[in-house]
Design a protein around this ligand. Structure first.
Ligand code: NAD
Length: 488
């Protein structure tokens, strides 16, 4: 089988590839602005059929109890995806604008490989745990805990790292024994639809266990947060939408798992190598044009070295121009859409209005009149209360802010509605550890350390979300425990 975009015009419902009742909608290449094909445009009726299939597969088949079938299907899927890696990587660059170098890692190959980690968990997780004896009300009881799947999962995902986020939801949910309806973002339907084709044609997943519903209408995905047949909504996206999902889910009291926005701080201590820190901060913010929730977008530097840090960061950004994502040397590709570019440009305008200085960038790159590109941009002259320092921009835009020592840096890092990730650069271990302990986020890197891996739980505090994705903690989000006792 070949993974061609022409094959992306079907939904996967109840094990079958079927056209959507809403016809199709356009898929646009963000680097060229060209319509490159079509995706299935599901309606609420298609979503109803998908939820029905998932419910039936959970309630009437042995899927949730058959650990070895789940492990086998997940490994089959991993192997089939990796066998198509070249086609998937090329299409991911075309659809997402993801730089080619990232498709060999977190934009496709890494997360596909990680499905094997979840297959191993399906097999090796301690599904029952002995709690020993106790004498409640004077009666001797032998107790145990059993772990079982939550049920039907509605997975709603964004466009920025579509494969990573889709697999980080379907991998653990299916391994746990849940059945799933996946609803990807309208900007990146192919990433999910083509996985649906591989599932239907190259794996033994039983019908209804995994359903994939693409749609141009956000309202179709919203059904997953209201429908009583869905037991858990696993959502990744903006904080504003996450709040709506949580509110909607309260009516039928489903479990809600949220991975939301971020405004993470890159803290440079006064004993750090300033040049390497600023180069790393510049590299991080331009990667995939800054469209990553965990990207560090506030650079906190010692006040006495502010000018030096501005110069070093400006030089580093000057060496990272936006380029064609298909070029293997490109780090900064386009933004996903015209709307996203308008949003980023609006924030750059706002920085100027608030009295900030644009040290480099601030506009569209010369010579690129097609594609949703924005220049890597460095903003100085504003403090942490500025809107560009408080709100998520989701573009290649870095705000540099001076701090007055380690405690002040931690204070500024925490002065944010978000709490997703962060980085600290320094030399003294004790001081580094104090900063790591002080910052309220779900992940922290030290001196360029990379925490991202299948076995590492990822998630946030405050407005960055509820729960953890990946790792054993991410798998356990899809489980319920059942306590069982018998007299002895
Ligand atoms: P978004 O919130 O606009 O959309 C995300 C998904 O929700 C899409 O599939 C969309 O169709 C769907 N949706 C929209 N309205 C809905 C509703 N009312 N009910 C149910 N579903 C609805 O986000 P986006 O613009 O696609 O993605 C960018 C955002 O995602 C950024 O804020 C980014 O920080 C966040 N993000 C977070 C993480 C994380 O793990 N914390 C990872 C990647 C992206």
């Amino acid at each position: 089988m070949s993974i061609r975009p022409e094959s992306a015009t079907d939904l996967l419902i109840d094990g079958k590839l079927i056209p959507a009742s809403g016809g199709t909608f356009d898929v646009v290449n963000p680097a060229t602005e060209e319509v490159i094909g079509q995706a299935a445009d599901a309606t609420a009726a298609d979503m109803d059929a998908a939820i029905d299939a998932a419910r039936r597969a959970f309630d009437t088949t042995g899927w949730s109890r058959d650990h070895s079938l789940r492990a086998r299907c997940l490994r089959q899927l991993r192997d089939a995806l990796l066998a198509h890696a070249d086609e998937f990587r090329e299409l991911t660059t075309a659809e997402v604008g993801a730089p080619a170098f990232l498709t060999g890692g977190p934009q496709f190959a890494g997360p596909a490989e990680d499905l094997g980690y979840f297959a191993d968990l399906a097999e090796n997780y301690a599904w029952t745990r002995d709690l020993g004896r106790a004498q409640p009300m004077g009666i001797d009881n032998q107790r145990e805990l059993r772990y079982e799947a939550v049920g039907v999962v509605g997975a709603i995902t964004p466009w920025n790292f579509p494969h990573q986020i889709n697999f980080a939801k379907i991998g653990p949910a299916l391994a746990a024994g849940c059945t799933v309806v996946l609803k990807p973002a309208p900007d990146t339907p192919w990433a999910a639809a083509l996985v649906g084709k591989v599932i239907a044609e190259e794996t033994d997943f039983p019908p209804g266990v995994i359903n994939i519903v693409t749609s141009s209408d956000h309202g179709v995905g919203a059904v997953l947060s209201t429908d009583p047949r869905v037991d858990l909504v696993s959502f990744t996206g903006s904080t504003a939408t996450g709040k709506k999902v949580m509110a909607a889910a309260s009516e039928s009291l489903k479990k809600v798992f949220l991975e939301l926005g971020g405004k993470s701080a890159f803290i440079v201590l006064d004993d750090a190598d300033l040049n390497s820190a600023c180069s790393m901060a510049a590299f991080a913010v331009v990667t995939h044009a800054g469209q990553g929730c965990a990207i560090t977008t506030r650079l906190l530097v010692p006040r006495e070295r502010l000018d030096e840090a501005i110069a070093a960061t400006r030089d580093a950004l000057a060496g990272l121009p936006p380029g064609d994502p298909a070029d293997p040397g490109t780090i900064c590709g386009p933004l996903i859409s015209a709307a996203q570019r308008e949003r980023v440009e609006g924030y750059i305008r706002l920085a100027r209005e608030e009295g900030g200085t644009i040290e480099i960038g601030g506009g569209r790159p010369a010579g690129r009149d097609r594609g949703f590109y924005v220049e890597p941009t460095l903003i100085s002259g504003l403090d942490n209360s500025a809107r560009v320092a408080q709100e998520e921009i989701f573009g290649p835009v870095l705000v540099i802010i001076p701090h007055d020592g380690d405690e002040d840096a931690v204070r500024i890092a925490n002065d944010s509605p978000y709490g997703l990730s962060g980085m600290v650069y320094g030399t003294d271990e004790e001081r580094i550890n104090a900063v790591v302990d002080g910052v309220r986020t779900g992940t922290m890197g030290v001196n360029g350390g990379i925490w991202y891996s299948a076995d590492v739980p990822f998630g946030g505090h405050k407005a960055s979300g509820i729960g953890r994705e990946m790792g054993v903690a991410g798998f356990e989000e899809y489980l319920e425990s059942k306590a069982v006792a018998r007299p002895v």
